[in-house]
Design a binder for this molecule. Structure first.
Ligand SMILES: NC(=O)c1ccc[n+]([C@@H]2O[C@H](COP(=O)([O-])OP(=O)(O)OC[C@H]3O[C@@H](n4cnc5c(N)ncnc54)[C@H](O)[C@@H]3O)[C@@H](O)[C@H]2O)c1
Length: 377
């Protein structure tokens, strides 16, 4: 019997960055079957792409509205059950809203929406409908990230006193200095990206990771953002001071103009008993510091790791786990939730976490606009 979840996809076409990651991730644990969707707003390209990945043309739709309308006409045991939303940011809200209203489970890319108010609206509908909803802060799926979360939860680092999260990229550097180029991409267009480029796109990963790992909530932020040119409406670089309390503080640093950097997400968390340093570009090595022992390096797949970390490891130690595995583990968590199988806390980032991410983005932009002042989250 085929008990795979029937998956629809919005966006993520052949012309996209993130589509392939979701398609591979969804197949990793044999939990999903891609049924159809709308991958591209251009009907010809949409159909050609769907055909290239072997989908039934009857389940490929010109718009998301048509997809939902037509799928709702099908019997429940044929209808798409869960939909991944992989479009530019401004489409997340209308798509997710209509999907929730019609009872679909949703896996949505970050940032959840373009405003905190829209995010709260989604949360309200989801509470009524009780569907599963994940926001793909992709990096939380790495086994070693889950190990860090478990060790911090168990108090291995002691009281967290200093955090330093960094996400540095350089890809926008060749674009930003050319006026016509910088006006041509959706990530710099407030109508499509929302109120922030850098903080919304990658600062939000660093912020989410910080709260995901520590289990603590940031209380206050103070930011200093850089737009580089006066006609560039959105930030492309920023530093955010964060406070958990008077005695636990940190920094989130994000940049799209850190020349030559690729996806330099770095986690550094220090408690009074120990510390962690982890780099996304080298994800199978976790540095674990203590006050009185030599540096230890933890790697995935070993029996000394937590059950949460080991649950999704697929091969024996020494077979490196990468970004596809990380997203695959998140998809697996969502599948388990939909199928009613027990999950570890943190198996996938939730809608509530996406809502908080939107609040973070808004407060960081506000702090900068008001002259770099402290604001409460
Ligand atoms: N989790 C991560 O690490 C990560 C990484 C990259 C991007 N993202 C997020 O994923 C989303 C997409 O980013 P991207 O870089 O893949 O963008 P992209 O511009 O490369 O691709 C967008 C895709 O959406 C399609 N699309 C646009 N309008 C559509 C519509 N009306 N209906 C159906 N499809 C439509 C485009 O044809 C394209 O296939 C963004 O929200 C971004 O923030 C997340």
């Amino acid at each position: 019997m085929n008990n795979k979840l029937r998956l629809g996809i919005l966006g993520g076409g052949g012309d996209s960055l993130i589509g392939v990651l979701h398609r591979v991730a969804s197949s990793m644990f044999d939990q999903y079957q891609i049924i159809g969707g709308c991958f591209n707003p251009n009907p010809k390209e949409n159909k050609e792409f769907a055909d290239s990945i072997g989908l039934n043309p009857n389940r490929v739709y010109d718009t998301f509205e048509i997809m939902i309308e037509e799928e709702m006409k099908l019997p429940q045991n044929e209808r798409i059950q869960v939909v991944s939303v992989l479009t530019p940011n401004f489409l997340h809200y209308p798509m997710a809203k209509k999907l929730l209203e019609n009872g679909f489970h949703v896996i949505c890319e970050k940032p959840l929406t373009t405003t905190h108010a829209d995010a709260l609206e989604l949360q309200k509908i989801q509470k009524e409908k009780q569907t599963a909803f994940a926001v793909t802060y992709t990096y939380t799926g790495y086994p070693i990230v889950r190990q860090m979360k478990e060790m911090i939860r168990k108090g291995v680092l002691g009281k967290i006193q200093k955090t330093d999260m960094q996400y540095y990229q350089g890809w926008i550097n060749p674009i930003i200095h050319d006026k016509s180029l910088r006006n041509s991409i959706w990530r710099l267009d407030p109508k499509k990206a929302g109120i922030s480029s850098c903080i919304g796109d990658i600062g939000t990963h660093a912020y989410h990771m910080l709260e995901y790992l520590t289990g603590m909530k940031v209380k206050q932020v103070l930011s200093d953002l850089n737009h580089l040119y006066s006609d560039n409406e959105l930030d492309i670089d920023g530093t955010v001071l964060v406070r958990f309390s008077d005695y636990s503080k940190g920094v989130i640093r994000a940049s799209q103009i850190a020349t030559g950097e690729e996806n330099g997400l770095t986690v550094a968390i220090y408690g009074d008993k120990g510390g962690f340093r982890w780099e996304q570009e080298n994800p199978n090595f976790l540095k674990y510091f203590t006050n009185d022992k030599p540096l230890q390096i933890l790697k995935p797949g070993h029996p000394y790791l937590s059950e949460f970390s080991l649950q999704d490891t697929k091969l024996p130690p020494g077979h490196p786990e990468g970004i596809f595995d990380s997203m695959g583990n998140i998809y697996n968590g969502v599948a388990r939730k939909i199928k009613g199988i027990d999950n570890f806390e943190g198996a996938f980032p939730t809608l509530e976490e996406g809502v908080r991410g939107m609040k973070f983005i808004e407060k960081v932009v506000e702090s900068n606009a008001k002259g770099n002042i402290w604001l409460s989250l």
